[in-house]
Design a protein around this ligand. Sequence first.
Ligand SMILES: [Zn+2]
Length: 82
Amino acid sequence: MSAPIKECPHCHSKEGYYSKERVYGSVNWKYNFDGSEADNSAAYDYLTTKSGKCAYCRACDKKLFNMSEAEGNHEGTQTYCR
Ligand SMILES: [Zn+2]
């Protein structure tokens, strides 16, 4: 599961890439009656994450490739990022 390229073709950075994740939902953020925050470590379990399809360069933010290529799925035709 490695990226199809080793460096950014635009700026030649080897820093890496990122995908844009969309997060939906609401959480119950808990407090104690003294005003302090309670244990909210499970709050984000209720959120829905939608993964982005495009990989972007971490240095110059240009689109690099389709994330499905990094996952070894070369047959995916509906997942092209534009
Ligand atoms: Zn770049």
